[in-house]
Write a protein that binds this ligand. Structure first.
Ligand SMILES: [Zn+2]
Length: 85
């Protein structure tokens, strides 16, 4: 499901959690490839001087789903199945 901004704070927080996970592909700027930062008015590029914005995102996981994702990642890492980590 695609969510168009403006977004409620709950969605902003979950999108920024997604950006900070490090093991999921983050939303990135179309112009400079820097990571995007979610705000209630949509995505903003994190690069100083870059004016790129984006007004949509896929619905981010809930807090419970994030916990599950992190637990699964630990299992994969312990099993040595995550290449490059
Ligand atoms: Zn940018």
């Amino acid at each position: 499901m695609i969510l168009k901004s403006p977004w409620p704070q709950d969605i902003v927080d979950r999108l920024n959690t997604w950006q900070s996970l490090g093991f999921c592909h983050p939303y990135a700027c179309s112009e400079c490839r820097s990571d995007l930062t979610a705000t209630t008015n949509g995505w903003k590029c994190s690069e100083v001087g870059c004016a790129y914005t984006q007004d949509w995102a896929h619905e981010p996981p809930t807090t419970d789903q994030f916990v599950k994702l992190k637990n699964e990642l630990h299992l994969w890492m312990n099993a040595g199945e995550v290449p490059g980590m």
